[in-house]
Design a protein around this ligand. Structure first.
Ligand code: NAD
Ligand code: IPM
Ligand code: MG
Length: 354
């Protein structure tokens, strides 16, 4: 199996190095993977003048699975839009048709106090957010910044979903719900936006094929409120690209830190890109203090979904649970009575716990 590693920018290389340690340890125990590396985002712009250069594209297309750190940083904000790091990430998602983004928000019992919510509200939390990743206002045309007829500048984007796009993500979400608590909440803004009114109609239609799953609908503003009021009411949530982006960052705080939330972005055939849900955290880059657990847990998802190695995935997840049980914490999840460790120390501890 070929695994392409894309460290990216900011804390990307630091957190990916920890996930690589874990994969290297598994390799020594017989995991049959071949690792290669390429730049994406700002690092790719620096090396090749493009955020998703041909060099990276070729390796990405050949790989069975991809592990990404994060992209972006203020030093790239002044570039022309097509050259910005984030366009590299959107480019690889679109190029590889990685339409199904799974973002599990799980509260480990040891982090009950790290969550911003009261322990009784979050204890046992286990939500899966299924975010559509290659459509919506992120990709709809037309888009841009222009001068209108009145001579005033305006910015515009297009929220767009085709029926096939909604159907395929609906099936992913219903199948996920079937394997879990059999409850699916589709999040929309159907009271205002036609795109999501259409989304809701298709979700309702696909539900007929999954009579064992209870489908509900919720407006996104209410969903944001319910996520902090009573998050355990949710099992699987399915939503479009932009709402899923926002709700998954919000859900991450229920688990104690955005540094705990992994993600998998999958195509129809099990090929996937695995990355933490957070960004390149320029404010803490280069300090060896970032939390690498979301990236390590993303590597576990890669073992599960693309490398079909459930045993190795569980082994990594158990190692993460073990380091938390040992009281080891990076700064973002630190609390009195625990032991503060650096990013690299956390990586070493997970390897030791394997
Ligand atoms: N998937 C991605 O590559 C991705 C995702 C989100 C944002 N970004 C990009 O990252 C850059 C920074 O964006 P932002 O600041 O809005 O979001 P961010 O997620 O990078 O950071 C938000 C806050 O969370 C903290 N944080 C994030 N990850 C952490 C970790 N592992 N451990 C400890 N703390 C962590 C940061 O220090 C910061 O205070 C931007 O260029 C943005 O476009 C990339
Ligand atoms: C960096 C950005 C393009 C990306 C997104 O919006 O999808 C990020 O926020 C994410 O959640 O992966
Ligand atoms: Mg995001």
């Amino acid at each position: 199996m070929k695994v392409l590693v894309l460290p990216g920018d900011g804390i990307g290389p630091e957190i990916v190095a920890q996930a690589k340690k874990v994969l290297n340890a598994l390799q020594k125990d017989g995991l049959d993977i071949e690792l290669s590396e390429a730049p994406l985002g700002g690092a790719a712009y620096d090396a090749y003048g493009a955020p998703y250069p041909e060099f990276t594209q070729k390796l990405a297309r050949e790989a069975d699975a991809i592990l990404l750190g994060a992209v972006g940083g203020p030093q790239y904000d002044q570039l022309d839009r097509p050259l910005r790091p984030e366009r590299g990430l959107l480019g690889i998602r679109k190029d590889l048709n990685l339409f199904a983004n799974l973002r599990p928000a799980i509260l480990y019992p040891e982090l009950a106090n790290a969550s911003t919510l009261k322990p009784e509200v979050v204890s046992g939390l286990d939500i899966l957010i299924v975010r559509e990743l290659t459509g919506d206002i992120y990709f709809g045309q037309p888009r841009g910044i222009r001068v209108n007829e009145a001579g005033e500048r305006e910015g515009f984007n297009t929220m767009l979903y085709s029926e096939s796009e909604v159907r395929r993500i609906a099936h992913v979400a219903f199948r996920a719900a079937q394997k879990r608590g059999k409850k699916l909440c589709s999040v929309d803004k159907a009271n205002v936006l036609e795109t999501t009114e259409f989304w809701k109609e298709i979700m309702t239609d696909v539900a007929k094929e999954y009579p064992d799953v209870e489908l509900s609908h919720m407006y996104v503003d209410n969903a944001a409120m319910q996520l902090v009021r009573a998050p355990k009411q949710f099992d699987v949530m399915v939503t479009g690209n932009i709402f899923g982006d926002i709700l998954s960052d919000q859900a991450s705080m229920l688990t104690g830190s955005i540094g705990m939330l992994p993600s998998a972005s999958l195509d129809q055939n099990g090929k996937g890109l695995y990355e933490p849900s957070h960004g390149s955290a320029p404010d803490i880059a280069g300090k060896d203090i970032a939390n690498p657990l979301a990236t390590i847990l993303s590597a576990a998802m890669m073992l599960r979904y693309s490398l079909n190695n459930e045993a190795a995935a569980v082994r990594v997840e158990n190692a993460v649970k073990a380091v938390l049980a040992q009281g080891l914490r990076t700064a973002d999840i630190y609390e009195a009575g625990t032991t503060k460790v650096s990013c690299s120390q956390m990586g070493d501890a997970v390897v030791a716990a394997l």
